[in-house]
Design a protein around this ligand. Structure first.
Ligand SMILES: Cc1ncc(COP(=O)(O)O)c(C=O)c1O
Length: 289
């Protein structure tokens, strides 16, 4: 990719921290920052373009993850997607408890710490082996110990790919174990989405976080896959945007759209991980804001 920020060196190798915004992303965003400024919730023609863009973006993220568009909730970051998943699930159970592992990103670990301090949530932070992996047997023991006494679906949170080591956790196996114990499974896929194929049905996850700026979109864009039927406490209260889970006229619309023509054929987007993700500025579509 030719990019003004990369011209002339030094060589940038820290793509796990963030990626440069793809110029095609900037181009796709531009009309929503200038011409199509309307709030898609409005009942007049200014809503039309933003409304369509939001629906298209939601559909494309859904395709990327093998989900339905209605299962995609846009957030302002990956951290916020993790917060919605963990806090949202922990606070709906009768006796709040979260199980995670020690090598998670701070967006998960610090959220767990805050849940413990602020809401009295029990947190079990499981160890990993020498390769940075959570052994299914370790999770099984924790679930045996805690899931039954929790009296409700305990959320288990394990990342897909580690941001420092690249270790890939055995998500499908861990999620199956969690479900066998009546637990919910959240996966922070911030470092995996766009790099390896992800399929929420194949992985068997209930909740999955993705981040735009790891995939050539601007910072401040994330999304949470919320499997149909999973109940969460909202992360932002207000006008009911994003299925009532994250209120606020979407500043940025937080729309992610695959920009690479290889991923968007004549029949719509394909499941190939995108070379670029487009963020366009818009607002939400449902109800009065
Ligand atoms: C694994 C992982 N989860 C979550 C995040 C947080 O994403 P954001 O910067 O969008 O809040 C990151 C970002 O570095 C990450 O690597």
């Amino acid at each position: 990719m030719s990019h003004p920020g990369l011209a002339g060196g030094p060589i940038y190798l820290d793509y796990n921290a963030t990626t440069p915004v793809d110029p095609r992303v900037v181009e796709a965003m531009e009309p929503y920052l200038t011409r199509w400024f309307g709030n898609p919730s409005s009942g007049h023609p200014f809503a039309e373009q933003p409304r369509q863009a939001l629906a298209a973006a939601r559909a494309q993220v859904a395709v990327l993850l093998g989900a339905r568009p209605a299962e995609i909730v846009f957030t302002a970051s990956g951290s916020e997607a993790n917060l919605l998943a963990l806090r949202g699930a922990a606070l709906t159970g009768p006796r709040p408890h979260v199980i995670t592992q020690v090598a998670e990103h701070p967006a998960v670990l610090e959220t767990c710490r805050a849940l413990q301090h602020l809401h009295g949530v029990w947190v079990s932070t499981l160890p990993v082996d020498g390769d940075g992996l959570l052994a299914p047997a370790v999770l099984a023991t924790a679930l045996d110990e805690h899931a039954a006494s929790a009296g409700g679906p305990v959320p288990v949170s394990v990342m897909a790919a580690n941001n420092e080591t690249g270790a890939l956790q055995p998500i499908a196996e861990l999620a199956e174990l969690a479900h066998a114990h009546g637990a919910l499974f959240h996966c922070d896929a911030a470092q995996a989405a766009g790099k390896i194929p992800l399929d929420v049905a194949g992985l068997g996850v209930d909740l999955l976080s993705v981040v735009g700026h790891k995939m050539y979109a601007p910072k401040g864009v994330g999304a949470l896959y919320v499997r149909e039927g999973v109940r969460l406490e909202p992360v932002v209260y207000g006008g009911g945007q994003e299925r009532g889970l994250r209120a606020g006229t979407e500043r940025g619309g937080d729309l992610m759209r695959t920009a690479d023509p290889r991923t968007t054929g004549p029949d719509g987007p394909s499941r190939t991980p995108p070379a670029a993700v487009v963020t366009v500025r818009s607002a939400d579509t449902q109800g009065t804001r």
